[in-house]
Design a protein around this ligand. Sequence first.
Ligand code: FAD
Length: 460
Amino acid sequence: MDITTAAKAPLWWGAVDARVTREPLSGDIDCDVAIIGAGFTGLWCAYYLMQLDPSLSVAVIEKDHVGFGASGRNGGWCHAEYPLGYGSLASDHGHDAAMAYMRALFASVDDVGGVADAEGIDCDFDKGGVLTVARSALQKGYAIEEVSEAHDVGLTEADIRLLDASEASAMLGATGVVGGVWHAHGAAIHPAKLVHGLAEVIESSGVKIFERTQAKGISRGKVKTAVGSVRAPMVVVALEGYHSQLPGEARRIVPLYSLMIATEPLPGDAWDKIGLDRRQTFSDFRNLIIYGQRTADGRLAFGGRGAPYHWGSSIEPGFDIDDGVHTELVRSLLELFPFLADYDVTHRWGGPLGVARDWRPSVTVDHEKRVAWAGGYVGDGVNTAHLAGQTLAELITRTDTERTTLPWVNHPWPKWEPEPLRWAGINAGLALAGSADRTEARTGRHSRKADLGLWLRGRI
Ligand SMILES: Cc1cc2nc3c(=O)[nH]c(=O)nc-3n(C[C@H](O)[C@H](O)[C@H](O)COP(=O)(O)OP(=O)(O)OC[C@H]3O[C@@H](n4cnc5c(N)ncnc54)[C@H](O)[C@@H]3O)c2cc1C
């Protein structure tokens, strides 16, 4: 497995027209809702606005092209997860609100598949669930904790259950599997096919998408760009990690990079060893998260955290490629499946996702100030952005539903620290998480460095 010959581009972009194909804005326009960002949050918001009121005029402006951001680059896990875990959701908001939120996330996974089906978007949606394997006695303890916390909150065996060693290894033929956790509410998808398909669907319902059009600033009911303004009674900021790049917003959310690799299509005998017969997405219980999916065309797409946070919340194309992190991803993949050494890595890439200071995602609509935003999904944004987009549309049109009172609605984000504290804290936290993994693998005992790391960086 040699990363030097791999294409430096997202695997997914090969299956879609991933380039600028739409006209930029060319002067001032007026509309009912202006959306900044053509990723999942913005496009799902536009989709549901048109469902709720087909007479609305909606414009989306996008700096590059549809799906250029995290929505076109991610691991394709469309799953229901709250970044801080079920227990913390319940302790923040009480049992009923926590359950309502989790049930809304569960329903959202089915809705993504349902809308894709109904609208004829072929995005390789396969609801095989999510598997987190335990690869040591320590990790098995984490698995037991996770399931018991979830059951205490009120989730059932049908939602999440513990697996013994034989069940877990039958699903994933990785080395050292001693058990695992099975989450039912998760699907594997092809993210670029979904985001591009969604763009076409909303355009056919009358939404206008302007590509190569960068928002330079927002004032009450107005988005400024280099070539004109979009005036609207409501402006939706759907930028997730990129939100930090707007003037004055650097401390609202930080962009953190997640990086990925993909193998060539693997033959049947390799898949006989790996498993994932139902295209379950998979991970394990290490501190520095890894994630994988069996793609519809038989590749392994595999990613992980560990890329550094860049000073001043900066985002640059060069950050998508990191030889050290990509090499480490190959090493992790081979540790799980040593026989993959004979196969090629064909693609490597990365991109920024968004993390709020308190690690809590938010959907916020301020009718007074005429602005709305959503994000802070901490790497769980594929499904959560669908729920966010739908909820934004309902809040904007003042349509009361079971979603518009969920606990994340109008959740205010505390500010991140100014530099250099932000840089030092997040990167120290990341380093401690990696170090804790090495210590835990060596000693088989929980490392306090993991807790310190979580505290320092939020919880990345
Ligand atoms: C490598 C990677 C793997 C991931 N894996 C998973 C996963 O498997 N499962 C999961 O749930 N989540 C995953 N995530 C997170 C998930 O992809 C994101 O949370 C989600 O896609 C965010 O969607 P969004 O629409 O809010 O933002 P984005 O998809 O980032 O869209 C924002 C858009 O705004 C555009 N833009 C930026 N600035 C401006 C501007 N000034 N004006 C106009 N347009 C602008 C960008 O070009 C971009 O297209 C992953 C993220 C990454 C990077």
